[in-house]
Design a protein around this ligand. Structure first.
Ligand SMILES: C[S@@+](CC[C@H](N)C(=O)[O-])C[C@H]1O[C@@H](n2cnc3c(N)ncnc32)[C@H](O)[C@@H]1O
Length: 304
């Protein structure tokens, strides 16, 4: 297989020639490069363009010989900020001026109509102290600190996000929690597993449908046998819900991918849903859901 064939852009669904690839020589904390991650778009000025590389490596990680980088510091490809984030959510997650305004528990509480604590509590009850946990994207407010506190010093919390600004901000918030690390990675290629539990708090509704599929499969795939993925997100409200019309307008204006969760179950986005036991609980007249997918332990999976 040629390099061109091996490197497929998940974000644009097109083959990306190796000549367009860029890698970050400093991203020692980035997840192992997913075959899908590629771009030559500069990200915070950290990307190095390897247009002249002659490497025949087909792993998605470009060879290092031309840059004289020691083999131990193997290059890792940086995840690209996906188009939907740039185009739809730039104001919310990529603009440092807005970060300070939005990253407050009161703001999260208003956005969730006062259900923030209840939903967070529901998610935490699914996760046990001492577990190895992946948090699939940063969350504004206190969520990550509450999760780190909940798993305690004997657990480990691995937070990922695809936006460097969010990674830096979350690292700041998790100072003082040695059990927590924050790194740059796309939830569609998280790395770092297997995990006892994965927490995915209000990420799915922000993803285009094909991306929902990719993230679902990747997160479920990073669970150990018996492990649980906990998805807290929007859900189709009861037809008589007094906020249904308001939320419909908000989604049409600001959250164009959210109604995917009104029209399809979260399990419906998984390719191998049969490998998991699914349970959904709804909240606040059905506007929110917590869906838990528990991976069958190996013996059960083998028996199937
Ligand atoms: C969890 S979601 C929404 C959370 C909710 N609005 C809140 O903060 O309370 C927001 C985060 O997801 C991140 N994100 C979006 N797409 C991602 C992806 N494919 N992989 C990893 N992180 C992603 C954004 O950068 C942002 O930090």
């Amino acid at each position: 297989m040629s390099t061109e064939e091996a490197v497929i852009s998940m974000h644009e669904h097109r083959a990306v020639p190796s000549s367009e690839m860029s890698v970050n020589t400093m991203a020692a904390d980035a997840a192992p490069a997913p075959a899908a991650v590629t771009t030559n778009r500069p990200l915070n000025g950290m990307l190095v363009d390897l247009r002249r590389s002659t490497s025949s490596d087909t792993s998605g990680i470009v060879g290092t010989n031309e840059l004289d980088v020691p083999p131990a510091a193997r290059l890792r490809a940086l995840p690209r900020v996906p188009d939907y984030l740039e185009e739809t959510y730039h104001w919310a997650y990529l603009d440092p001026r807005n970060l300070a305004l939005l990253d407050r528990q009161q703001v999260v509480s208003v956005i969730l109509w006062g259900n923030d604590r209840r939903l967070r509590r529901a998610a935490l009850t699914q996760i046990e102290p001492g577990q190895k946990v992946l948090q699939a994207a940063c969350v504004y407010g206190n969520f990550s600190r509450a999760l780190a506190r909940h798993i305690g010093p004997r657990g480990s919390l691995d937070v990922i996000d695809v936006v460097p600004l969010q990674v830096a901000n979350c690292r700041r918030k998790l100072k003082g929690f040695p059990q927590a690390t924050v790194r740059l990675a796309d939830a569609a290629a998280p790395g770092g597993g297997p995990y006892d539990a994965v927490s995915c708090f209000f990420l799915l509704h922000e993803l285009p449908d094909d991306y929902k599929h990719a993230v679902l499969d990747a997160l479920l795939g990073s669970l150990a046998p018996g492990g649980k993925a906990v998805f807290v997100d929007y859900h189709r409200p009861h037809w008589a819900h007094p906020l249904k019309g308001v939320m419909s307008i908000v989604f049409d204006l600001l959250e164009p991918f959210a109604k995917g969760l009104w029209n399809k179950s979260i399990a419906g986005y998984a390719s191998r849903g049969g490998d998991f036991a699914w349970r959904t609980q709804t909240f606040f007249g059905g506007l929110y859901q917590m869906t838990v997918a528990r991976r069958h332990p190996r013996s059960e999976a083998d028996a199937r």
